[in-house]
Design a protein around this ligand. Structure first.
Ligand code: MG
Length: 303
């Protein structure tokens, strides 16, 4: 046997051994991974205005019938609603997903009084969020219209991270988190990308600081998949969803309302938090939100 044919035979032999020993193992590992991915549950949540109904009880009945398992109340006056919410949820298969803002002032305010109002009202909401078992309280560092605002520079970013560290530690101690929500540039230029929010959360260096993505604002992103994956399971704590043309109910903008790429990322990262409706509604509410839930379930299955 010359050197060339020896190499040929031994390479083929090595490949055959590799195929025999690695492939069956590889297949079962892939199967296990596929099974794990298929088991990732789409946990749908509604904000308070999403379900029809005159009371929390009526809304929760409607949601339970649809298999909606999360509830996202607004933060305003939340401390005074702790007992009302806890008793309305008792015995139901619905949990508080997240709290949607509701504080006064803002964290990047130049005016110390406005900042102090933020600190006070945000902490009250965080305390209430802990008492109702919320994954976190959603916040935006500064809307475009909130002025005077600290300038968008390195010093402000460092300040923001330091302030968020304190807030995150406070939230962690209350059994919850603060969740940074990036918005589109028309609403909040400061933080527009899921990856940017996650990087700020990372640099805040507190387990109590997280990030989220909102499919509506994610018009800023190059890729829904990339956006969620850039935060990953360590930082992605919540997701908002709306139709993608007019911010009404998913499905009301027809073909535009495709969430499959984003859902693929959520499945790939084994996302175990909520996808929460934050949207208007053009059609008859009960009918429209029911169709939306069915649409999301079919796109989740496809992803
Ligand atoms: Mg949102």
């Amino acid at each position: 046997m010359d050197r060339r044919s020896f190499l040929k035979t031994s390479a083929a032999g090595t490949a055959a051994i590799a195929a025999a020993s690695v492939l069956p193992g590889c297949t079962s590992a892939q199967k296990a991974e596929q099974k794990e991915r298929d088991a990732v549950e789409l946990k749908i949540s509604f904000q308070e205005g999403t379900a029809p109904g005159a009371s929390l009880a009526e809304k929760f009945d409607f949601m339970e019938n649809l298999g909606v398992v999360g509830f996202e109340p607004g933060g305003r006056g939340l401390l005074g609603r702790v007992d009302e919410i806890n008793s309305a949820l008792q015995g139901r298969n619905i949990k508080v997903s997240a709290i949607c803002a509701g504080f006064d002032g803002f964290i990047l305010a130049e005016d110390p009084e406005v900042k102090a109002i933020f600190d006070k009202t945000m902490r009250e909401i965080i305390v209430a969020a802990g008492k109702i078992g919320s994954t976190g309280v959603i916040m935006v560092p500064a809307f475009n219209g909130q002025l005077p605002c600290k300038p968008h520079n390195q010093e402000t970013r460092d300040y923001l991270c330091a302030q968020l560290h304190e807030l995150g530690e406070f939230a962690k101690n209350e059994g919850t988190t603060v969740i940074l929500e990036p918005l589109n540039r028309r609403e909040a230029f400061y933080m527009r990308l899921v990856g940017d929010a996650a990087a700020i959360a990372r640099d805040a260096d507190s387990e109590g600081v997280k990030a989220m993505g909102d499919f509506w604002h994610m018009q800023e992103e190059v890729s829904d998949y990339g956006a969620f994956m850039s935060a990953g399971p360590k930082y992605l704590q919540h997701v908002h969803i709306a139709s993608r043309g007019n911010r009404i109910t998913p499905g009301e903008d027809g073909e535009l309302d495709n969430y499959v790429e984003g859902f693929k990322a959520l499945k790939d990262m084994r996302y175990d938090k909520y996808v929460s409706f934050e949207c208007g509604c053009k059609g008859e509410r009960a009918e429209t939100v029911t169709a939306a839930v069915n649409l999301l379930r079919s796109q989740w299955a496809e992803a």
